[in-house]
Design a protein around this ligand. Structure first.
Ligand SMILES: C[C@@H](CNC(=O)c1ccc(S(N)(=O)=O)cc1)Cn1ccc2ccccc21
Ligand SMILES: [Zn+2]
Length: 266
């Protein structure tokens, strides 16, 4: 069985037993208590700037914890906002729940969204690899985008969803360089919250500068059901057809503690 996951016997409440960082004071996700967010002028008009060529996605893989699209970071760039250096896109992935009233990792005044997209970047100005950056306090920058249920399919997400039937089992991957317009995976408004946090999965390294956009994007119920059809076990694990389905893969919020939560944008 998996040494960590999202079931009762290996889920978030058990992670600290094997991954002590999970019990740290700078963990993610958090509940974004909008009354605590400070809009001090430290970020005034320091908008987040991103640049992703549409052909940077080259592979989608079933990690056993969800799907992940691996990207060529060379021509990508994330800067501005809370970031002091330029970060490169390493991968993006998603978290969701068993029902539509849960699924996001961050929450806003206690409200969960149906899913949350994470675009994972690393500080290639200061560090020489993603792995090195993932053990540094300013090593990674993750953009969080809330996803709410809409009537229409999200056309850009459909390019990813159409590949999921090829990676149903853990470890399967599909080398597909698909053209993605990242503009449609990010909200129109650049209004965001930012705080210092961690990876939301083991080893839960406290290496992430988080930027969570306020405005959600939409995904259809059908598209979300496709996410839930992924399996956390390999093809060789002979189990019942309904078993091992990844119906949820989100970590509930951890205390913000004495961390500063900053807000920026119109
Ligand atoms: C980064 C880990 C692998 N995990 C991730 O890359 C990752 C990225 C983003 C998120 S999220 N959901 O927060 O956006 C979660 C996990 C590798 N790794 C494993 C052991 C280990 C030890 C030191 C450094 C790296 C290490
Ligand atoms: Zn994530």
């Amino acid at each position: 069985s998996l040494d960590w996951g999202y079931t009762d016997d290996n889920g978030p409440s058990t992670w600290a037993e094997k991954y002590p960082l999970a019990a740290g004071a700078r963990q993610s996700p958090v509940d974004i208590d909008t009354s605590k967010a400070t809009s001090d002028n430290s970020l005034v008009d320091r908008e987040i700037d991103w640049s992703y060529p549409s052909n940077c996605s080259y592979r989608i893989v079933n990690t056993g914890y969800g799907w992940r699209v691996d990207t060529y970071g060379d021509d990508t760039a994330l800067s501005g906002g809370p970031l002091s250096e330029v970060y490169k896109l390493e991968q993006f992935h998603c978290h969701w729940g068993a029902t539509n009233d849960e699924g996001s990792e961050h929450t806003v005044d206690g409200k969960s969204y149906a899913a949350e997209l994470h675009l994972v970047h690393w500080n290639s100005e200061k560090y020489s690899s993603f792995k090195e950056a993932a053990s540094q306090p300013d090593g990674l920058a993750v953009l969080g985008v809330f996803m709410e249920i809409g009537n229409a399919d999200n056309a850009e997400l459909e390019k990813i969803i159409s590949l999921i039937p090829k990676i149903i089992h853990k470890g399967q991957d599909s080398q597909a360089s698909f053209d993605l317009d990242f503009g449609s995976l990010l909200p129109e408004s650049k209004h965001y919250w930012t705080y210092l946090g961690s990876l939301t999965t083991p080893p839960c390294n406290e290496c992430v500068i988080w930027t969570v956009f306020k405005e959600p994007i939409t995904i259809s119920e059908r598209q979300l059901e496709v996410f839930r059809s992924l399996k956390s076990v390999g093809e060789e694990d002979a189990i019942e057809p309904e078993e091992g389905k990844l119906v949820k893969n989100y970590r509930p919020p951890l205390p913000l503690g004495n961390r500063v939560l900053r807000e920026c944008g119109p």
